[in-house]
Design a protein around this ligand. Structure first.
Ligand code: SF4
Length: 395
């Protein structure tokens, strides 16, 4: 039960005391060169004329809401944050950093797509403390990249990694999409091998999902794409995990693999249900027990910021039981870490064992969860059915 539908949207900026406990800052850049047919992210193609006004709004929101914030991590996601030109990228990053206290900053990640780089853009990144780039490679097979509607080819991906290394970006993560329509296990294996050969510090592997409102889902309904199957998806996921493990990447989250010490510190914050401030269209925030989401549409977002200094579309204050559920849903994604039930109980002021004892006992008995002292985590079998497993925790 939450207050989401009852409370009026709050537009007051978080109090400085509340910002003190915020360790993570997310910034959304919702522009892309092209809309990929499987994508349901808040991303827009053909709206480049709005970029300047959008960055103005982003900087105004940062001034109103993030001044004095001292984040440990910053993540600039999209969309394609490297789609705007170098000067705009520089203005945006420098303008946001200027509002922050950078004393405890550990990691600044920018999402990027091959084919959107220039040396000037990479200089704009490194000049503004970016030390990690998450690159949307998706595949190294040019035919598959066409099926996925991507604007780049495999040569662009390889060139992008070299440019980032030459430009001094310390950590690179490569995104791969698994089990794409018609892809064989052998083809996927070659993709993963080519990713490993580039020696990224981190690899994210996402099984393709068909989301409502995407061109892919329409094609699926019309019978123009093969029907996905859970067995095939799991076979592709298992194969990718095994291949990455053999190459020394530890699977620390359902879809994420890292060299030791190269985990995404920003995303660990989400999975640990930490507090973060989100800036930009559609960005979510979680500050001092309150959650809110900004307007999705970039123009509506910019207009709201110009009018009110904020652009909240909704706001909710989850109760303690909802907070526990969120922490379980996120934390059980962490493969070896899981969640500490004592820490959760103390944080939310509820006895988690009493609240969810039946579901925990049932899943431990079935071999899907393991309870080691206070630490609850999924077994390999549990990770394969995580979404189904979580249903038992929902009241
Ligand atoms: S580049 Fe990324 S965010 Fe943009 S449309 Fe494609 S998948 Fe979506």
């Amino acid at each position: 039960m939450t207050a989401r539908d009852r409370a009026p949207v709050a537009t007051a900026a978080p109090a400085p005391a509340d910002l003190a406990s915020v360790e993570h800052l997310y910034v959304h850049v919702p522009f892309c060169a092209n809309k990929c047919p499987y994508c349901d992210f808040n991303s827009h193609a053909g709206r480049d004329r709005e970029i300047g006004a959008y960055v103005d709004a982003l900087l105004a929101e940062a001034a109103a809401r993030a001044t004095g914030l001292s984040p440990r991590t910053i993540f600039v996601g999209g969309g394609t944050p490297t789609h705007p030109d170098a000067a705009t990228l520089d203005r945006m990053l420098a303008g946001i950093l200027a509002r922050l206290d950078l004393a405890r900053l550990e990691e600044v990640t920018v999402e990027a797509n091959p084919g959107t780089f220039t040396p000037e853009k990479i200089r704009a990144l490194t000049r503004n403390r970016v030390d990690r780039v998450s690159l949307g490679v998706q595949s190294f097979d040019d035919r598959r990249l066409k099926v996925l509607g991507r604007i780049h080819d495999s040569k662009d991906a390889v060139r992008s990694v070299a440019m980032l290394r030459d430009g001094g970006v310390a950590r690179i993560s490569l995104d791969l999409i698994l089990a794409t329509p018609g892809q064989t296990l052998g083809e996927q294996q070659r993709d993963v091998a080519r990713a490993i050969a580039l020696e990224p510090e981190h690899v994210s592997t996402y099984v393709l999902t068909f989301e409502e409102g995407t061109a892919y889902t329409k094609m699926l309904r019309e019978g123009r794409l093969p029907r996905p199957s859970d067995d095939r998806d799991l076979a592709h996921l298992d194969a990718a995990c095994a291949q990455l493990a053999d190459a020394g990447y530890r699977r620390y989250e359902v879809s994420n693999h890292a060299r030791p010490g190269a985990e995404s510190r920003h995303n660990l914050g989400y999975w640990r249900n930490a507090q973060w401030l989100g800036l930009g269209a559609g960005a979510h925030s979680h500050v001092a027990g309150r959650r809110w989401k900004n307007h999705d549409d970039p123009a509506a977002y910019a207009a709201a910021v110009a009018r009110d200094g904020a652009a909240e579309a909704w706001s909710e204050t989850p109760d303690a039981a909802s907070g526990v559920l969120e922490s379980l849903m996120m934390g059980l994604r962490l493969v070896t870490e899981g969640v500490d039930l004592d820490v959760l109980s103390a944080r939310h002021g509820l006895d988690v064992r009493a609240l969810h004892g039946d579901a925990i006992a049932r899943h431990v008995a079935s071999g899907h969860l393991v309870l080691d002292g206070a630490r609850l985590r999924c077994t390999p079998a549990g990770l394969r059915v995580l979404n189904t497993l979580l249903v038992a925790f929902v009241p």
